[in-house]
Design a protein around this ligand. Structure first.
Ligand SMILES: [Zn+2]
Length: 216
């Protein structure tokens, strides 16, 4: 089994799971990768033999300590490369995410550390994901769940799907942006908000669930 494939799976489990103790259903992994449930099941068995995950029959998969460490190291590399591609090479942030997906497997640990030093030890990726292995803030809520009248700041965009990132960039909802919720409307319409400078925007409900906010 290739190291890159192992890392892809561990990273996906880490990103998709709701918390550390709740098994992630294999169906979600199959959907994420576009693989058949059978091939995902085989892969999970190999990962369990390697000590990376624990399989809970009929419920799904959790990461072992080794699996968690590997996933966090991968995310750190991913986010540092995104920072480099976006800040230094001026790639659009959806493209930075895609290219970082390749570079994250190729760079040795020592190169990652040099990259971090070169970038001035940044704290977050361009989409707001924390670079230091740490839990995200418990105070975060998604944009779709905020009450009308709430004033909040964008903390991060997750998951970082390229199509979603392009739409969010068009709405200028980058990490750090301040908004005020004007209306939470039907699923088909979404969230109406007032952004800095009095700019109005409507965020589709599905997209609003991927924009994470902190009340200010
Ligand atoms: Zn990112």
């Amino acid at each position: 089994m290739r190291q890159e494939r192992v890392e892809e799976y561990l990273g996906a489990v880490y990103r998709l799971r709701s918390d550390a103790d709740t098994p992630l259903p294999l169906a979600q992994l199959a959907e994420y990768f576009g693989f058949s449930p059978v091939s995902v099941h085989e892969m999970v068995q190999k990962l369990e033999e390697g000590g990376w995950v624990q399989y809970h029959p009929y419920r799904g998969v959790t990461l072992t300590e080794a699996g968690t460490d590997a996933a966090l190291a991968l995310l750190r590399r991913h986010r540092l490369w995104e920072r480099f591609l976006s800040d230094v090479l001026s790639l659009p942030w959806d493209e930075a995410h895609t290219v970082a997906g390749d570079l994250e497997h190729a760079a040795p640990e020592a190169v990652t550390e040099r990259l971090s030093a070169f970038l001035g030890e940044p704290e977050a990726c361009p989409h707001g994901g924390p670079i230091a292995p740490q839990a995200t803030s418990a105070l975060e809520q998604c944009l779709r769940s905020l009450g009308v009248g709430a004033e909040a700041r964008v903390t991060r965009i997750a998951p970082e799907a390229p199509d979603l990132l392009r739409r969010i960039a068009q709405l200028s909802l980058m990490p750090g942006s301040l908004v005020k919720i004007v209306a939470q409307t039907a699923e088909a319409t979404g969230v109406a908000l007032l952004a800095e400078g009095g700019r109005q925007a409507v965020v589709p409900a599905a997209d609003a669930r991927a924009v994470w906010m902190e009340i200010v």
